[in-house]
Each structure stands twice: as structure tokens, then as C-alpha cells.
Write a protein that binds this ligand. Structure first.
Ligand SMILES: Nc1ncnc2c1ncn2[C@@H]1O[C@H](COP(=O)(O)OP(=O)(O)OP(=O)(O)O)[C@@H](O)[C@H]1O
Ligand SMILES: [Mg+2]
Length: 461
């Protein structure tokens, strides 16, 4: 393919490229532009005027004078100083954990709550509070994300290394037996009288992958320690995860249990107001807009991450258009953009066979056949397998993959009865056809099916 074909084909327009790079500049440099006429070929860097030649960036650099926002504050990694509507949970945790400051081992805690309900934010907030309160350096609070550190070796090694200051004495990433790492950790822990609190975020991920041995080991470590004490905070958005635990592990881990409920629209509004007060100059996001974002996010399981994403993307769209405020229209467009991005990501990560099935649904849609029986879809699927050279799966297996597409929200599969006890699935796509087709057609294995159209058939039921 010609290197410039994406630009020639207008898929990446010059203005889009300019926007992209202005975004990069914005992240990389703390630019602050004083008000002025930026139509001229001059702009300001750190207060001094710099003459610039006319370039594709010019019109977009100008827009920055109107719109003042601090992107950092809207990023998912930003930890605010206040967490509205989690004060009660923070207080409850403070009561459970306060003993650590006096050298006592606090109860273990399990925190549950749906995605975006503030679990990680609260657990990191507590870490800061310990830092403030612990003048005597009695408590060591370690946060580990088990999606990243997902092996027993990794967990023991990470905790051990946090206690070892000398870089050359650190426990290596591999090479020792897990028992050896456990013993090294024991030794290190017991060098001082201290309380170590280990917050294991996404704890279900490590259990799913490796079983609960690591939890058993961490829970019984206190029996092997003379001076130090260890407590665990487990965090999960999978309410059922304790069902997979050995009963002894379950009961020890859940000395205390907390559930973070999803946020409702008013609570999300407060979170958004607080954040936009910090992130924007006055007037950029008015109350009506924040209420709309809060209402949309509340419909989607009260996820604060969703709400903040929606605010950030709305602001980016407004900024890019050179508008002075975020409007309801920006919010609606941001919602569509986020939804499309989510769908595109889900489609990209599908296994090839599922991509073929989804393509089959979309090709049928194109010829005016939006509702398919499993048999009809299987026929299209076989046709596409022939075209692309893939070996076809059995109809049974394809039916399973259709159910998976349904679970991912990419298709609807409803069981329908056809008199006399005949039952079949009625399958329908639930993705934007053109956008998703483009994504599917980018898959190299589906190259042969690019631009393919099904022949219109009349089906007799
Ligand atoms: N009460 C709150 N006040 C301000 N910001 C909040 C609050 N609750 C959550 N947030 C913000 O919402 C986003 C998602 O929160 P968080 O990461 O804590 O969710 P979570 O419960 O850990 O979700 P997951 O289960 O997906 O990991 C973060 O950016 C966080 O700062
Ligand atoms: Mg989290």
C-alpha cells in the first residue's frame, strides 16, 4: 500500500492531523496563551513572543485562548483531594484501620462495588491519609493491582522489594522458587515491629488466574512472624468472586466487608461539579450540561469513570470546535463517540471466527435481511469461510460464538418459537454497520471478503 494512501484517501484529513498534534503539544508542554489575535503568524511560549510561519497548526493553536482546561484533572489517574459521597466509607475504613497506627493488626477488609464506584480512589486516598498521620512510621501501606502483578511470585516479590531499599539486594523478577521469595519476605518483614497493609486491587484477577494459594499464604503469614503484622484489603468488582475461595480463606479475608453502591445522578452531579470547578475556567461547563452528563452516566450503572470520560470528551470536542462552552450537543456527540470507541475496541479484540460471524450479520443487514435464523447466518458464515480460506466451525460452535457476541452487546440473539414446537434463534446486529464493517475489513485474514456483497435471496419460511 502507498505510504500516503490514508491521507490521499481523506481518512486522515490535514485538520485532523493538526488537531492530533495540538493535543500532543498540549500534553507535552505546559503552554499558557495570553489573550490576543492568533490569526497572525505569532504566538507565545512561556510569556515571550515567538514568530511562527503559517502552518496547519495555526487555527487550532488560536482556539486555546478561549478554552481553559486542565486536562490532568480530568484524567482517570488523577486522585482528587475530596471524594464526595464516599466520606462514610472512608470513615468506616479509618475506624477499621486506625489500630495500625498504634502497632495493632487491623482486620482484613473486602471491598466490593461495581466498576466506577470509587473503590480504587478510596483505597489510594487512605494511603495518603496514612502518610499524613503516621509520624512514627509504624505503618507501611502497599497498593498492588493484581491485573498487573498477577502471579503469587510477583505479589510476594513486589511486597518484599518495597521493604528493601538497597537496589542490589532486591528480589529478582524470576529465578527463585516462590517458597524462597516467601522466606525472604518473612525475613524482611520481621526486621522491625511494623504493620504492613497490603491493598490488593482487582483481587479476583489473581484468583481467577492462579487460584487462592497466594491469599492463603498472605493470610497465614502472621503465624510465621514475630514482630511484624500484615493485613489485607481486597478490592473487587466481581461480587461472586468469594465463591471461588476456599472457605478458610474466605472467612479470614472478609473479617470486614464493605459494598460501594453505584452513584445516582445527584451524586454524579456533585462529583462532576467538583471536578469541573478544578479543571475549567468558570462558565465552560454549566449546571445543565453537568446534569445531563450525570443523568446519562447514572443510566449506565452509576459509573463515575463514565461520567468523567463523558465530561472530558465533551470538553475536547468543544475545544476542538473553538467553542466557549460545552453544550448539550457536545455531550450527545461525546456519548456517541465513546460508545463507538467502545464498540470498535470490542470488535478489534474479537477472535477471527467471531469476526466472520459478525461480518455475516452485517452483510445480511446490507441486503435488507436484518433478522436471521441461526441456519441462515450459518450459511453466510460458511460462504465467508470459503471466501477467506478459514476452516469453518460446526453450527453448534457457531451458535456458542453468537451467544458470546450477544453477551458483549454486539448482537441480539433471541429465541423464537415457530409453532409446532419449532424453535430457533433470531439474530440481529446491534452495532453501527458501516463503522464496524470498516474495522472488520481491516483484519488481514478477512482481506478476501473486503467489499463482498451477498446475493439477495428470497427465503421461504
Ligand atoms: N466520590 C468520588 N469523587 C470524585 N471522583 C470519584 C469518586 N468516585 C470515583 N471517582 C473517580 O471516578 C473514576 C473511577 O473511580 P475508581 O477507579 O475508584 O473506580 P473503581 O470502583 O475502582 O472501578 P473498577 O472496579 O472499574 O476498578 C476515577 O477517576 C475516580 O477518581
Ligand atoms: Mg478500580
Amino acid at each position: 500500500m502507498n505510504k500516503n494512501s490514508a491521507i490521499d484517501g481523506h481518512r486522515l484529513s490535514p485538520s485532523l492531523i493538526a488537531n492530533l498534534f495540538v493535543g500532543l503539544l498540549d500534553t507535552a508542554l505546559p503552554l499558557r496563551f495570553p489573550p490576543g489575535n492568533y490569526g497572525e503568524a505569532a504566538t507565545y511560549f512561556w510569556g515571550s513572543e515567538v514568530t511562527m510561519e503559517e502552518s496547519i497548526f495555526q487555527p487550532y493553536l488560536g482556539t486555546r485562548t478561549i478554552f481553559k482546561m486542565d486536562r490532568e484533572i480530568l484524567r482517570p489517574s488523577y486522585l482528587p483531594e475530596r471524594l464526595p459521597h464516599r466520606e462514610g466509607h472512608i470513615d468506616q475504613l479509618a475506624q477499621i484501620l486506625v489500630g495500625a497506627l498504634k502497632g495493632e493488626r487491623p482486620s482484613n477488609v473486602l471491598i466490593f462495588g461495581k466498576t466506577g464506584s470509587g473503590k480504587t480512589a478510596v483505597v489510594k486516598y487512605i494511603e495518603n491519609e496514612f502518610r499524613k498521620a503516621d509520624g512514627a512510621r509504624m505503618v507501611q501501606y502497599f497498593y498492588l493491582n493484581c491485573e498487573i502483578v498477577d502471579t503469587p511470585y510477583g505479589v510476594l516479590q513486589s511486597i518484599g522489594n518495597k521493604l528493601i531499599e538497597n537496589f542490589h539486594q532486591r528480589i529478582p523478577f524470576t529465578g527463585l522458587s516462590t517458597d524462597r521469595v516467601y522466606n525472604l519476605l518473612l525475613e524482611k518483614l520481621d526486621e522491625e515491629k511494623r504493620v504492613v497493609i497490603v491493598a490488593l486491587d482487582e483481587i479476583d484477577k489473581i484468583v481467577q488466574k492462579n487460584g487462592d494459594d497466594i491469599l492463603y499464604q498472605l493470610l497465614k503469614i502472621n503465624d510465621d512472624l514475630a514482630k511484624a503484622r500484615v493485613s489485607i484489603i481486597g478490592i473487587s468488582n466481581d461480587l461472586k468472586f468469594t465463591e471461588y475461595l476456599d472457605p478458610r480463606v474466605r472467612s479470614r479475608l472478609a473479617d470486614e466487608k464493605m459494598v460501594f453502591p453505584p452513584y445516582n445522578a445527584e451524586e454524579l452531579f456533585d462529583i462532576l461539579s467538583e471536578r469541573s470547578r478544578l479543571a475549567f475556567e468558570n462558565g465552560i461547563a454549566d449546571e445543565a450540561v453537568l446534569h445531563l452528563i450525570a443523568a446519562l452516566a447514572a443510566q449506565e450503572h452509576g459509573d463515575a469513570r463514565r461520567a468523567l470520560d463523558l465530561l472530558r470528551v465533551s470538553a475536547e470536542l468543544a475545544e476542538r470546535q473553538g467553542d466557549e462552552h460545552i453544550t448539550e450537543e457536545h455531550v450527545q456527540r461525546a456519548k456517541n463517540k465513546i460508545e463507538l470507541d467502545t464498540v470498535v475496541e470490542a470488535v478489534k479484540s474479537l477472535p477471527t471466527q467471531s469476526k466472520v460471524i459478525l461480518l455475516g450479520i452485517l452483510l445480511n443487514e446490507e441486503i435488507g435481511n436484518p433478522k436471521l435464523t441461526t441456519g441462515e447466518l450459518y450459511t453466510t458464515y460458511q460462504e465467508l469461510c470459503r471466501k477467506t480460506g478459514l476452516s469453518p466451525l460446526t453450527q453448534r460452535r457457531v451458535t456458542d460464538l453468537i451467544s458470546e457476541l450477544d453477551m458483549l452487546g454486539l448482537a441480539h440473539a433471541r429465541v423464537r418459537s415457530f409453532g409446532r414446537g419449532g424453535r430457533t434463534k433470531e439474530i440481529q446486529g446491534s452495532v453501527p454497520t458501516l463503522d464496524v464493517k470498516k474495522v472488520l475489513e481491516k483484519d488481514e485474514i478477512l482481506a478476501e471478503a473486503r467489499g463482498y456483497r451477498l446475493r439477495v435471496q428470497t427465503t421461504l419460511l
